[in-house]
Design a protein around this ligand. Structure first.
Ligand code: S3P
Length: 442
């Protein structure tokens, strides 16, 4: 346990071999949406496999603060939908912790409510850009103020929204979803045009709840408001982004293979698989099926000789949350990997370009940082001390590096692993990684 004066850290000791069969927790993006949409649907929404990470628990707490009744049996959430007109003003600011998805999607929902709201979060979230959602919501007629472009976000409420035709500045599911969710209350058609692919869980779940969604190809999505949603039974797949750490770990050390069960393999999420296959990875999708509107499969990986590749264009958007662990794979590959067009990584829970570059250098890897990506020369990896800057995905990515390092890696500031992957160290131990929770050493 962390002491009062020490931040939690993880000591990852070198191991050479892992394997087994595991599951990983429920999908974060789908869990947020299940609660948000279930809350404003008519009737009951049941959610199995809800991710009990801090991010999704923040969304759940926020919806309860807005008057939504949710029964929690531990296994299943039962959301008593308040309907489109049933939310109530919260007593105070809504604290979304570390979660950009929670804050941005909830802003879309609250933009059209008759009451005022304030949305805030932790120090990391309060540094993240919010004009990207405030701007389209204002064009729709909402009164939204940011604090120098960041949270806290103040929404005056009481506005009548109208549909808009909006071109996203970047391919972002969070901005797209914020606009589409506000569009559910707006008069007329709301169209969102994206310059590239982004995850489509919002569209899929809205369709499953009875909302008519027009998909025009080339990233154009339209819905008509005011809309009504019908409660749904939702079975959340395992999170591909959490599985990604074990996919790369398996490629580095699973001589007899590693199987990850029941993972969501929505094609707007699985760009990492294509990039890794280009690098020479042996990966199989087994036992394909569906959970509701989402495709799932078991993912099988084996130790593979990887070589460097160039990554850019849509592949970046389709693997955006997996790039930290892809950088680890690149560091362990033969030759050079060049990632371009990934400037959005600078706006995640940390500046993932800078923080990953520093971490890779700390373990002896040659990296060149570019404004929109990294150039990584694969090579021998040493032990060292890595600062994760409170970024869950950076911390988990460097635990995977312990399969290639010649000495322990101390990963600092790891408390936020619980935002997306509760039980990560136990799952890692079950496949054979040697992680030890400790306090930061000075
Ligand atoms: C998410 C969208 C992505 C992703 C984030 C989750 C979502 O962000 O990085 O972890 O659930 O909509 P952007 O929309 O900013 O690309």
């Amino acid at each position: 346990m962390p002491s009062d004066d020490g931040q939690p850290a993880i000591l990852a000791r070198p191991v050479t071999r892992i394997g087994g069969t595991i599951g990983v927790p429920g999908d974060k993006s789908i869990s947020h949406r299940a609660v948000l949409l279930g809350a404003v649907a008519d009737g009951l929404t049941t959610v199995r496999g809800f991710l009990r990470g801090e991010d999704c628990l923040a969304t759940l707490a926020a919806m309860r603060s807005l008057g939504v009744h949710v029964d929690d049996s531990g296994e299943t959430l039962v959301i008593h939908g308040a309907g489109m007109a049933g939310l109530e003003a919260a007593d105070g600011p809504l604290d979304l912790g570390n979660s950009g998805t929670a804050l941005r999607l909830l802003a879309g929902v609250l933009a059209a409510q008759p009451f005022a709201s304030e949305l805030t979060g932790d120090a990391s979230l309060c540094r993240r850009p919010m004009e990207r959602i405030a701007e389209p919501l204002r064009i729709m007629g909402a009164d939204v103020a940011t604090s120098g472009g960041c949270p806290p976000l103040r929404i005056a409420g009481g506005a009548t929204l109208h549909g808009i035709d909006y071109s996203l500045p970047v391919p972002s599911a969070q901005i797209k979803s914020a606009v589409l969710l506000a569009g559910l209350w707006a008069n007329g058609r709301t169209t969102v045009r994206s310059p590239g692919p982004s995850r489509d869980h919002t569209e899929r779940m809205l369709q499953a709840m009875g909302v008519s969604i027009e998909l025009a190809g080339d990233g154009v999505v339209t819905l008509a408001g005011p809309a009504q949603l019908t409660g749904l039974a939702i079975d959340v797949p395992a999170d591909f982004s959490s599985a990604a750490f074990f996919i790369v770990a398996g490629l580095l050390g699973a001589d007899d293979g590693l199987l990850i069960r029941g993972v969501g393999v929505n094609p707007t999420r699985t760009g990492l698989l294509d990039v890794l296959r280009d690098m020479g990875a042996h990966i199989e999708l087994r036992n394909p099926g569906r959970r509701g509107n989402e495709p799932v499969a078991d993912i099988w990986v084996e130790r593979s000789e990887l070589h460097g590749v160039d990554v850019g264009g849509d592949a970046v958007a389709l693997s955006i949350d997996e790039l930290p662990v892809l950088f680890i794979a690149a560091a362990c590959a033969q030759g050079r990997t060049t990632v371009t067009g990934a400037g959005e990584l600078r706006h995640k829970e940390s500046d993932r370009i800078a923080v990953m570059a520093q971490g890779l250098r700390a373990v002896g890897i040659a990296v060149e940082e570019r404004p929109d990506g990294l150039i990584i020369d694969g090579g021998p990896m040493q032990g060292g001390r890595v600062e994760s800057r409170g970024d869950h995905r950076v911390a988990m990515a460097f635990t995977v590096a312990s399969l290639a390092a010649d000495a322990p890696i101390e990963i600092r500031s790891t408390a936020e692993v619980a935002t997306s992957f509760p039980g990560f160290t136990a799952t890692a131990a079950s496949v054979g990684l040697a992680l030890e929770a400790c306090d930061e050493r000075s």
